[in-house]
Design a protein. Structure first.
Lengths: 116, 111
C-alpha cells in the first residue's frame, strides 16, 4: 500500500515563474491537506480539500496560491509568479474518515521549492 | 487560536540515555499526533494519541487530554533517533481537520 506520494521532490523556479506541486493521497483516503514548512519551523496549515471541494483554505495566501483536488488525478498546489519568500518545503497529507472518525494524517516526503 | 508548546526546544543525549519530551496545548483537541522529522526532512508518524498511553518499541506516549498535555518517552536512545520531534493537534472545533504544530524538539544523539 503506497503512502502519500508527492512530486517533484525538489523544484527550482526563477522569480515570476509558476510552480505546480502534486500529491496523490494514500489509497482509500479522500481528504487532502497542504502544509508549508519554513526552515527550522513547524508546519503551517494551508488548505484542506476533499474531492472537488475546498473545505478550508484559511491558511493559504489570498493571492498567487490555489489548490485543487479533482475527481480524477492528484491534488495540485499551484503558486503563480513565485517570489523568494515562497521558498519552503511543502508537505501534503491525507486522512481517511471512517465510521470511527480516525483522523490520523499521513504525510508525503514533501516538495522542496527553491526560488532563485 | 489554540497554542502548542513543546519542550525542551533542544536536547543532546549520549547513546543509550532516556528522555521525555513534552507537548502542552491550550484548548481541547480531537486529535494529537507525534511525528519524527529525520535529517532528510521526511515526516514519520510515531503516535496517533488523542488520549491514553501507547507504546511502540523503545518509544511510548501518554496524552492527558483533561490536563492538556502529552509526553513522548524515548528509551535507550540511538543515533538514528536524531532529528526533530513534532507534536501536532487538531482543535476541537466543528469539522475542521487541520493540524496545529508546535515548533518541535530538536534531538541529537551522540555515539
Amino acid at each position: 500500500n503506497a503512502g502519500v506520494m508527492q512530486n517533484p521532490r525538489h523544484l527550482v523556479r526563477r522569480r515570476g515563474q509558476e510552480a505546480r506541486l502534486r500529491c496523490s493521497p494514500m489509497k482509500g483516503h479522500s481528504h487532502v491537506y497542504w502544509y508549508r514548512q519554513l526552515p527550522e519551523e513547524g508546519l503551517k496549515f494551508m488548505v484542506y480539500l476533499q474531492k472537488e471541494n475546498i473545505i478550508d483554505e484559511s491558511g493559504m495566501p489570498k493571492e498567487r496560491f490555489s489548490a485543487e483536488f479533482p475527481k480524477e488525478g492528484p491534488s495540485i498546489l499551484r503558486i503563480q509568479q513565485v517570489v523568494r519568500g515562497d521558498s519552503a518545503a511543502y508537505f501534503c497529507a491525507s486522512s481517511q474518515l471512517g465510521a470511527g472518525s480516525n483522523t490520523e494524517a499521513f504525510f508525503g516526503q514533501g516538495t522542496r521549492l527553491t526560488v532563485v | 487560536g489554540i497554542q502548542v508548546e513543546q519542550s525542551p526546544p533542544d536536547l543532546i543525549l549520549q547513546e543509550g540515555a532516556n528522555s521525555t519530551l513534552r507537548c502542552n496545548f491550550s484548548d481541547s483537541v480531537n486529535n494529537l499526533q507525534w511525528f519524527h522529522q529525520n535529517p532528510w526532512g521526511q515526516l514519520i508518524n510515531l503516535f496517533y494519541i488523542p488520549s491514553g498511553t501507547k507504546q511502540n518499541g523503545r518509544l511510548s506516549a501518554t496524552t492527558v487530554a483533561t490536563e492538556r498535555y502529552s509526553l513522548l518517552y524515548i528509551s535507550s536512545s540511538q543515533t538514528t533517533d536524531s532529528g526533530v520531534y513534532f507534536c501536532a493537534v487538531e482543535p476541537f472545533a466543528g469539522n475542521n481537520r487541520k493540524l496545529i504544530w508546535g515548533l518541535g524538539t530538536s534531538l541529537a544523539v551522540n555515539p
